[in-house]
Design a protein around this ligand. Sequence first.
Ligand code: ZN
Ligand code: ZN
Length: 296
Amino acid sequence: MWLWRLRCMPKVTSIIFFFLICAILSGCTASTPNMTATLDWAVAGTYAALTLTPATTLTATNTATQTPAPTETPTPTQSPTNTPTVTFTPEPSSTPTTTQGSSDTGGWLIDLHVHTVCSDGDNTYEEMIQTALAFGIDLIAMTDHVWCEDVAEACRNETRLVCLPGQEVSPEKHILGIGLTGPVSAQQSYADIVAAIHAQGGLAIAAHPFLLPWRFDENELVNIGVDAMECWRSSYPEDDQRQQELTAQYGIPCVHNSDAHEIFDIGTRYMECSMEIHNLSELEQAIRGGYCQKKP
Ligand SMILES: [Zn+2]
Ligand SMILES: [Zn+2]
């Protein structure tokens, strides 16, 4: 019965009780000096039992209090704040609109109407090109009133800027052929002149169509099939407005050229484009797409 009670006792009490029993039993059989030694041993044993138990609980609590370390894991939450940089990557795809042109703003400067001494100009091809380069023109078209093979040859081999050989076909009224490979006869109808320019893969532009005495009839202008027309070169201010209306109504884009007959004309009228133009197809895209603006 007492053994059953012993089992029911708390652990520490049962250990103390065990050592006391041992001391009493050993004291009955041993001498008195040994009795004190066994008592000391029993006391030391109980002390050890008492001091041991708290130690185990301490280590248990210590490890428990150190576990908060996982709460420092929030560092991964910083990665979502970094992800917005990914959303900026689409920007480079919009940059191709910027150009490496000669203007202060990086625009591509073009002049599609320039004469030389080959027809009624005062300066040579080289003098006109040198002046255009000094001004910052990126693309030029040589458009004498007749086909000049030596000018066309120099233009085709030009490396200092983009040069397109051309002709200002000039019966009574004038039509620019840009990007030609050979002469276009002026002895034919305006519609046929435009068709002949297109047959060479060139662009047909009505030159100063509202300027006297080379003024086009409006119906004629919109029906001969030109790709563009020179605007803001009218004999009457109200004609500038009329040309804008024709552009809106018939989709004939405006261009703006110097019609230079001498070096001092270079830079007086030109266009600044927001895309680079290296060939005829890019020129057509720039004009039709509205990439070029009147200057100055
Ligand atoms: Zn002309
Ligand atoms: Zn001209």
